[in-house]
Design a protein around this ligand. Structure first.
Ligand code: SAH
Ligand code: SF4
Length: 357
C-alpha cells in the first residue's frame, strides 16, 4: 500500500486530516494554497502563512509527507515544443511526464500507472507490462513538476491543459486518477478548467461508464486503431473482452449524457490500418456521433515491427474523414527526435543500461 502524500490531499480530505490531528481545519486554506498553488510541498513547514499549529502537526507522528519526485532524466527537444521528464518515485519506480505546447497553451501529459496491463502491441508502455498503480499524490506531483519548470523557464506562464495520455490506462486506476484531477482543477490550486482535461482510454468499458456517471465533465478520448474486432484485437488485446460495439455504445452514452464530443485516437500504422478503405469504414463507425478524430502516425518502438505511413498516405486518410464532415487533427510527431512517444524515454533508458552494464 503506497502512503498518502500532501499533494494527493483534496481540500476536504485535508480538512478531515487536520481535524483528526486536532488542528483547526481553518488551516486547510493555508496548507492547500501552499501545496497546490505555491507548490511548496517539500518546504511546507517554513512556508509563509503556515502557523505553529500546522508546523507542530508537520513535525509529529500524524504528519502526511510530501511526494518527492526526482527528475531522473530529461530530454529537451530540438523543436522547443516538447520536453519530457522521467520522474522517479519513493520506491524507485519511474514514470514519464511531458510538457507540450507554447506560451498561452502549455499542456502536461501525465502518467496514471507504472507500465500498463493492456498490452497494446505497438506501445512502449504496453511492452513493459504492469508494475503498479500511481497514487493521486504521484499524479498531481507530475503536474507540479511541469508547472514548476514552466514558471522557471517561462515566467508568467502556467499550465492550461492536462491530458492523461502518458504511461498507463487511466480508467484502470479510476479513483486515484479522479482524485488527482479533482485537485488539479480545484480553483484554490492549479485551477485548470475541467473542459481542458482529457482522459484517454484504450476502451476500458467499465471505466467509460463510470466516467459518464462521474460529476465532473472531463473530455473523453478513446483509442480505436481498428474498424473490426478482428483487426482491432490484433493491436489492442482487451478488445477481446470489450469489443468495438460495446466501446462505441459506451461512447455514445457518454456523449449523450455529458452532451460532449468524444475524441477518437487512431494510431496510423503503414499497411495495417492506414488505407482509404479503413478511413471510410471509420467514418461509417462514427456516423451520427459527435466525434473528433486524432490521427497519430506510429512512433516506432523496439518491440513492434510496424512503421509509420508517409505524409501523402496520412493526408489521404484525413481527407476522407474531412469529406465526411468529421473534424480531425494529425498529431505532429514533434517528440519523435526525443523519443517522446508513450513510454519510450523509459524503455530507451532501460535498453541503454542493459547495453552498458
Ligand atoms: N492508455 C491510454 C492512454 C495512454 S496512450 C490509451 O491507450 O488511450 C496515449 C495514446 O498514445 C493512445 O492513443 C495510444 O494509442 C497512443 N500510442 C501509444 N503508443 C504509440 C506509438 N508507438 N505510436 C503512436 N501512438 C501511440
Ligand atoms: Fe496501455 Fe494505452 Fe499503451 Fe495500450 S496504448 S498499452 S492502454 S498505455
Amino acid at each position: 500500500m503506497m502512503r498518502e502524500t500532501l499533494e494527493g490531499l483534496s481540500f476536504s480530505r485535508l480538512e478531515a486530516i487536520l481535524a483528526a490531528a486536532e488542528v483547526n481545519p481553518v488551516h486547510a486554506h493555508a496548507v492547500f494554497g501552499a501545496v497546490q498553488r505555491r507548490l511548496l510541498g517539500t518546504d511546507l513547514k517554513s512556508a509563509q502563512g503556515i502557523l505553529p499549529p500546522v508546523q507542530r502537526w508537520l513535525s509529529g507522528e500524524a504528519a502526511i509527507p510530501p511526494c518527492r519526485l526526482k527528475a531522473v532524466d530529461e530530454t529537451p527537444s530540438g523543436d522547443g515544443f516538447t520536453r519530457k521528464y522521467l520522474l522517479g518515485m519513493a520506491d524507485g519506480a519511474e514514470v514519464e511526464a511531458v510538457q507540450m505546447g507554447f506560451p498561452g497553451r502549455f499542456t502536461a501529459c501525465l502518467s496514471s500507472q507504472v507500465g500498463c496491463a493492456m498490452g497494446c502491441v505497438f506501445c512502449a508502455t504496453g511492452q513493459m507490462g504492469f508494475t503498479r498503480n500511481l497514487t493521486a499524490g504521484e499524479i498531481v506531483a507530475q503536474a507540479h513538476h511541469i508547472e514548476r519548470e514552466l514558471r522557471r523557464t517561462n515566467p508568467g506562464e502556467r499550465l492550461r491543459n492536462i491530458v492523461m495520455m502518458g504511461m498507463g490506462e487511466p480508467l484502470h486506476n479510476f479513483d486515484p486518477v479522479m482524485e488527482a484531477l479533482g485537485i488539479i482543477t480545484d480553483n484554490r490550486g492549479l485551477n485548470i478548467g475541467p473542459a481542458r482535461v482529457a482522459v484517454s482510454t484504450v476502451g476500458y468499458v467499465p471505466g467509460i461508464q463510470k466516467l459518464t456517471r462521474h460529476p465532473m465533465r472531463y473530455s473523453l478520448a478513446v483509442s480505436l486503431h481498428g474498424v473490426s474486432d478482428e483487426e482491432r484485437g490484433k493491436l489492442v488485446p482487451i478488445n477481446q473482452r470489450w469489443p468495438l460495439s460495446e466501446v462505441l455504445e459506451a461512447c455514445r452514452e457518454y456523449s449523450a449524457i455529458k452532451r460532449a464530443r468524444v475524441f477518437f485516437a487512431w494510431t496510423l500504422i503503414r499497411g495495417v490500418n492506414d488505407s482509404d478503405d479503413h478511413a471510410r469504414r471509420l467514418v461509417d463507425l462514427l456516423r451520427g456521433m459527435n466525434a473528433h478524430v486524432n490521427l497519430i502516425p506510429l512512433n516506432p518502438t523496439d518491440g513492434f515491427v510496424g512503421q509509420m505511413p508517409d505524409e501523402a498516405r496520412v493526408r489521404s486518410f484525413q481527407q476522407i474523414i474531412q469529406d465526411a464532415k468529421i473534424p480531425s487533427t494529425v498529431r505532429q510527431r514533434r517528440g519523435i527526435d526525443v523519443n517522446a512517444g508513450c513510454g519510450q524515454l523509459k524503455s530507451k533508458r532501460r535498453s541503454k543500461q542493459t547495453l552498458y552494464s
